[in-house]
Design a protein around this ligand. Structure first.
Ligand SMILES: *Cc1c(COP(=O)(O)O)cnc(C)c1O
Length: 385
């Protein structure tokens, strides 16, 4: 374990979460289904809301994969977001990327606004807008990259340098990339947050969230939030997430290869108005994506030349892509943002930010690519005349 930092990513993923075998020799950890612990135990556990061996194992391996000193696990991505925002005070300002995840927006708007936390939204993919960080001096800069659903790329190292000048903390929601493809802490961010529900667990069988950091003060605040706000996962979900994490590298390689192939193929099809994928040369921030990420991840956006009804008809016609929210599992999913994740956004705003009626978000799984393409081809032929 002492040489762990020299090991490669996949070696760390397999070996970082070990060390609770006791005298049994078990190669894999048990699930510690206990709410409480005998007082004065050598490991210092007392009550599962404030710590459990399964949390500790997951946190060790998550920190190792993020290239961070610490990580704290939570019940969901939204719990992790709640933990970070709960550290703010009334009148504190958050400068957030305007294309943030919908539930992040809802938490700011419907919950934390009541406690006086102020949030201003900006297009952080435009360096010209970074001047606002110098001018407004926020407590926290909140960004996502790639963003949902449009896959805009935000320059993490560039923003971090500007934020440091005014003492602002940078948080990156790293859910879409996963620590295999992008490590915000190494790029200078103070906090890297993931909904482990998506790629990190990768099997669509539990929810979870992680906040990783090198800053001991922030780590204390996260551990405090975990127990004080009751944001901890169940030991079983922590165990599942630690198991999923061991194969993250292999799954991401396949997600990236499949998604790039699908994106290239879609670009050649009639009736497809626009295709967006970070590792396609046609992506407006392709160079930045290549600098900041080691692969384009598994999400592809395409806009069909059709009505919202026909786009939904296309989704329902697919055999291998389930029409569902969420993403990042081994199985392929499809989402129609205008009627699903972004249905609450007014139509004129949707159009202005680029969410057209025919927009589709493919979460490309690890299946055989020939089967996925045949499935999409058949559905496209029906919808596009
Ligand atoms: C899903 C998601 C979240 C929320 O995570 P949950 O585990 O569903 O609570 C946060 N950010 C992004 C980018 C997501 O995709």
């Amino acid at each position: 374990m002492s040489d762990q930092t020299k090991d490669g990513f996949t070696t760390r993923a397999v070996h970082a979460a070990r060390g609770f075998a006791g005298s049994t020799g078990a190669v894999m950890p048990p699930v510690f289904l206990t709410s409480t612990f005998a007082s004065s135990n050598a490991d210092g556990f007392d009550y599962t809301r404030s710590g459990n061996p399964n949390f500790r194992l997951l946190q060790q391996s998550a920190a190792a994969l993020e290239g961070a000193g610490f990580a704290t696990c939570f019940a969901s991505g939204v719990s992790a977001i709640t933990a970070v925002v709960s550290t703010l005070r009334s009148r504190d300002l958050v400068l957030a990327e305007e294309n943030v995840y919908g539930c992040t927006y809802r938490l700011f708007d419907k919950v934390f606004a009541k406690f006086g936390v102020r949030v201003a939204y900006l297009d952080l993919s435009q360096p010209a807008n970074w001047e606002e960080i110098r001018r407004q001096r926020p407590t926290l800069v909140w960004l996502e990259s790639p963003t949902n659903p449009l896959l805009k790329i935000v320059d993490i190292a560039g923003i971090t340098a500007v934020a440091r000048e005014v003492g602002a903390t940078v948080l990156v929601d790293n859910t879409f990339a996963s620590p295999y493809l992008q490590r915000p802490i190494e790029l200078g961010a103070t906090l890297s947050l993931s909904s482990t529900t998506k790629y990190v667990n990768g099997h669509s069988d539990c929810l979870g969230g992680i906040v990783a950091t090198n800053d001991a003060g922030w780590q204390d605040k996260m551990i405090f939030a975990q127990k004080a706000l009751g944001l901890q996962p169940s030991p079983f979900d922590a165990w599942l997430t630690a198991r999923g994490q061991r194969t993250l590298a292999l799954r991401m390689e396949r997600h990236c290869a499949n998604a790039l192939e699908l994106a290239r193929w879609l670009e050649t099809r009639r009736g497809v108005r626009l295709v967006r994928y970070p590792f396609l040369p046609s992506h407006p921030q392709h160079d930045l994506a290549r600098r900041q990420m080691s692969g384009g991840s598994g999400i592809v956006i395409a806009e069909l030349d059709c009505s919202a009804e026909d786009a939904l008809r296309f989704c329902r016609r697919l055999r291998l892509f389930t029409l569902a929210e969420s993403l990042g599992g081994v199985e392929s999913l499809i989402c129609h943002p205008p009627t699903m994740t972004h249905a609450s956004v007014p139509p004129e705003v949707r159009r202005r930010v680029g969410i057209g009626d025919g927009l589709l978000r493919f979460s490309v799984g690890i299946e055989d690519m020939a089967d996925l393409i045949a499935d999409i081809d058949a559905a496209l032929r029906e919808v596009v005349r």
